[in-house]
Write a protein that binds this ligand. Structure first.
Ligand SMILES: [Zn+2]
Length: 104
């Protein structure tokens, strides 16, 4: 088993977990309930972590996580460069012409 990701923001950790789940990679979260539960632990010690079961996935996982971290801030609408259509933040491809958000 191997730790592949950690972040103080639990939401980020869950997103990575979800990402790996979607790819069919066996993974789990450590320290899921640590934050805020124990006052004496520092935030870093208690940060939730994503672990993979099979280390053979590591190169792929690192690639997915790198791409995840490079994603533009997803809380804002984005403008498609191909057709100039405004897209909702949760869309990863333009709803009108199908351009991938990462190609923008
Ligand atoms: Zn478009």
């Amino acid at each position: 088993m191997k730790k592949v990701y950690t972040h103080n923001d639990r939401f980020m950790v869950f997103q990575v977990k979800q990402l790996l789940d979607d790819k069919g990679i066996d993974c789990f979260i450590k320290n899921e309930f640590a934050i805020g539960a124990v006052g004496e632990l520092s935030a870093v010690d208690a940060a939730p972590e994503v672990w993979i079961v099979d280390e053979e996935w590591l190169p792929k996982v690192e690639q997915f996580i790198r791409r995840f971290e490079e994603q533009p801030e997803s809380s804002e609408s984005w403008l498609c460069k191909t057709c100039n259509e405004l897209n909702e933040p949760n869309f990863e491809v333009c709803w009108k012409c199908g351009t991938d958000i990462y190609d923008n």
